[in-house]
Design a protein around this ligand. Sequence first.
Ligand code: ASP
Length: 318
Amino acid sequence: MISQVRPDGTLRHLITLEGLSRELIERLLERSQGFVRPLGARRPDSDSLAGFTVANLFTEPSTRTRVSFELAAKRLGADVVNLEVQLSSRVKGESMLDTVFTLQALHVDAMVIRDAEAGVTAAVAASVATHVSVLSAGEAHVSHPTQGLLDALTVRQHKERFDNLSIAIVGDIRHSRVARSDYHAFRTLGCPDLRIVAPPALMPAAEEFAGCSRHNSLRTGLKDVDVVIMLRIQKERMGQADLPDADRYFAKYGLTPERLTGARPDAIVMHPQPMNRGIEISSDVADGPQSVIRDQVRNGVAVRMAVLEEVLTGADTE
Ligand code: ASP
């Protein structure tokens, strides 16, 4: 794995949160917080990325992540190009590199990549010129680092500190890149009680999520937690035979207002979206007073502004 951090400590690529220091993550959160503004407020007067070009290369569908990366780059004055690359998975790695070298020749400075195949983002990062940064916008089931950061920012806004928190991540952990990036973020930030809650078939391998307690029951998993993160069932990463029955899943693992009473009364509820209402979460909870799901979306733009600014302007100091 190539280094994501420059010798001066600034971030050059963002492929995974695994291995990033607490100091760097906290700095990115602080920087992100500076970009958060109330709905309706005018965008900050910043052209810090004027003269840079950002390319979004997405080979898997995306709504929030792609739009927020685009808005983040534009709000700081960068030029943006969006490419939806349709490639057969067999030749994907190689064809992706051809695309990457084309973009590099077109003076693209940052490439934001979402891909269903593990390892492609790191392979691109290892191949680009030294002035180019590569950011993951979601890699297979492996990593979604800006989602991990925006989830951490959301928790920080509501709970202020991490070292006294109980956080439950609930649902299809096995196939979730969000769960993995959240795990790295919250562990690094010092969360002492991190729980994963899932049916046995959706639990990750035993060697993953070290230090988390594992719960097959929503009741024990949610007991007295401060934060509940619900996940979507990743149908696209399962065979037909592995798909849980929606009604049975909701009956056992769906988050309803009654079940949420097992968490602390001031617990917040999060979901990276898209949500399957009535499967992993009821609308009463998703739209209810404890939900901070829309804050997550707003924070996504702020985090992506901070990350883009860090990787692109840090390069000046090389
Ligand atoms: N939007 C998130 C992702 O890309 C979560 C999801 O799709 O369930 O991983």
